[in-house]
Design a protein around this ligand. Structure first.
Ligand SMILES: Cc1cc2nc3c(=O)[nH]c(=O)nc-3n(C[C@H](O)[C@H](O)[C@H](O)COP(=O)(O)OP(=O)(O)OC[C@H]3O[C@@H](n4cnc5c(N)ncnc54)[C@H](O)[C@@H]3O)c2cc1C
Ligand code: FES
Length: 500
């Protein structure tokens, strides 16, 4: 009999959800935080500790964003190689970047300990390894720059994985945890202690007036001294849309009877694969991710899962594959996250462009934004400022990512599509051209056809059908919608509209 693989993350399937109310009426706070993922709740904890009254609002359930889809490698090994950071931000910039992520690991450890959060937090080594001769020189160079940046690194030829490697960089004292146990534990600890949490409440238009920020929410409003968009990418049309690019990444969680090394692992393949174990009572889990591609630009997303499963079976011995999921990262064009005050605003802040390092970046952001709001100095403010401009670092990726978005905006409109509604199978979606309009047509499992405008409300690119997740994904800035058009994530402010 075929083993049934559940969609959704291991964490979502196994950690009981919390419930918080929706917001009704008008409220006021010192700080309004939009988004109850790791960034939002960590910032709320730090601000409340500093005596601020904080309201946190999430459009969906607490922790239902990318934090529920992470693999929770807590590390200072960044997706952007340190030799690149040193090249583009100077050796001082590389040192600051390294230190900010080491600080973040200690901050998580401190919060786990202070609040007594039961989340299987464990100190482990992190290993960046290569199976290819081609990348050995690059890793030697990287080791040298990481050492000079102050990271506790060493070079190894063996890391205990069940396949041969050519070389590895090991960083000591990294960490891992169960991200939803941590997030819910943090919410339990801070809720009512200076922090009020609302969920299933969308924050709409926001304006700065009379020295305060005013936010319209479904069913009411909030006025606050400052607002933080902890929404993974801030909503609406913002210059940062051109500074970050959305990618989907795929994860499979398997039960195994074998003992694999307890640690965090990444290879140097492009896109890279990432590995960790998780021990849940008696059960050992192997969690492997990778096969990233630009959101909305892979015709057959099911093939990404198949390729990942092949990679896992080639390298490991599994009992069963239990869960599989995909989630989104925003890659910054110059290699570092954007954290700080929104350019042109006084009291509105955001944090985005974490790539695959959001566990630590969320903590860097929470500390940095808390310091900015409290008017305290922070050593990382300039490095991560959204107003920075690093032409040497960003120009190639900036041009490539924005030419790609522009090509999708124009090219997808010109595409001929001769298919008809009758060809859409149950549980499938297709873009159909009707009288010059692009219609996102989805036939549900009962055979009912749903017709939506395929025009993404953010900047009017044409959405694409995601075969594996059964969603409409925008190839330009990563807005995603359910098969029937409701907003899931990304910079759009609302869902797809019904087709005329
Ligand atoms: C497959 C995968 C694996 C990863 N693995 C790692 C890893 O091993 N280590 C690591 O460091 N990082 C990893 N990351 C990255 C990391 O998971 C994320 O960067 C991090 O979880 C982002 O947290 P966040 O709080 O900023 O965003 P989210 O968790 O996405 O939270 C944002 C919240 O804002 C809410 N929201 C959005 N708009 C509104 C609105 N208008 N009104 C109200 N609420 C709104 C959303 O509903 C959501 O709950 C991974 C990412 C992926 C995709
Ligand atoms: S997310 Fe920007 S156009 Fe769709």
């Amino acid at each position: 009999m075929l083993h049934r693989i559940e969609p959704g993350s291991l964490w979502q399937a196994t950690v009981p959800q919390r419930a918080y109310p929706t917001l009704q009426g008008d409220e006021a706070a010192d700080v309004l935080i939009v988004g109850a993922g790791l960034t939002g709740l960590t910032a709320a904890a730090l601000l409340a500790r500093a005596g601020k009254q904080v309201i946190v609002i999430d459009r969906r359930d607490l922790g239902s964003g990318v934090t529920s889809g992470t693999t929770a490698h807590i590390t200072a090994i960044l997706d952007t190689r340190f030799h690149q950071i040193a090249n583009d931000f100077g050796s001082e910039g590389a040192k600051l970047a390294a230190q900010s992520h080491l600080d973040a690991i200690e901050q998580i450890a401190g919060l786990v300990s202070d609040y007594g959060i039961d989340c299987e937090f464990l100190r482990v080594p992190g290993c960046l390894y290569t199976e290819s001769d081609r990348d050995i020189d690059m890793l030697h160079r990287e080791l040298d720059v990481m050492l000079r940046a102050g990271l506790p690194v060493s070079g190894l030829s063996e890391v205990g994985l069940p396949f041969p490697i050519k070389y590895a960089i090991e960083v000591g004292n990294q960490a891992m945890f169960n991200p939803l146990k941590y997030l819910y534990g943090l919410a339990d600890a801070i809720s009512g202690q200076g922090v009020t949490i609302y969920e299933n409440t969308a924050v709409g238009d926001v304006k700065e007036e009379d020295g305060r920020v005013w936010a319209a929410v479904e069913g009411g409003s909030v006025s606050a001294g400052a607002l933080i968009y902890a929404t993974h990418i801030p909503p609406g049309l913002k210059p940062v849309d051109t500074q970050v690019a959305p990618y989907r990444s795929y994860v499979i969680a398997c039960k195994t009877d074998h003992q694999y090394p307890v640690g965090l692992f990444w290879d140097t393949a492009r896109p890279y694969n990432y590995i960790r174990t998780y021990h849940d009572g008696e059960q050992t889990w192997l969690i492997v991710g990778g096969k990233d591609h630009k959101t909305g630009q892979e015709a057959d997303t099911e093939s990404a899962y198949q390729a990942l499963e092949r990679t896992i079976r080639e390298h490991f011995q599994l009992r069963t594959i239990e869960y599989r999921w995909s989630a989104q990262v925003y890659e910054p064009v110059d290699g570092l996250a954007y954290i700080g005050v929104e350019p042109g605003a006084e009291r509105i802040y955001y944090a985005t462009g974490y790539a695959g390092n959001g566990m630590t970046y969320a903590n860097v952001a929470a500390r940095l934004l808390t310091d900015l709001i409290l008017d305290r100095p922070n050593p990382y403010a300039e490095l991560y400022s959204p107003s920075r401009f690093k032409p040497a670092a960003s120009i190639t990726d900036f041009v490539a990512e924005n030419v790609n978005a522009a090509a999708r905006l124009i090219g997808d409109r010109l595409a001929e599509d001769a298919e008809v509604y009758g060809e859409i199978a149950n549980s499938e979606g297709k873009i159909i051209r009707v009288n010059g309009e692009q219609v996102a047509a989805y036939r549900d499992p009962h055979g009912v056809l749903h017709r939506l405008s395929a025009v993404c409300p953010h900047m009017k690119c044409i959405v694409h059908w995601n075969t594996a997740e059964k969603t409409w994904d925008c190839p330009c800035h990563g807005a995603r919608y359910t098969a029937t058009g409701e907003w899931i994530e990304g910079p759009a402010k609302h869902g797809l509209t019904k087709a005329e």
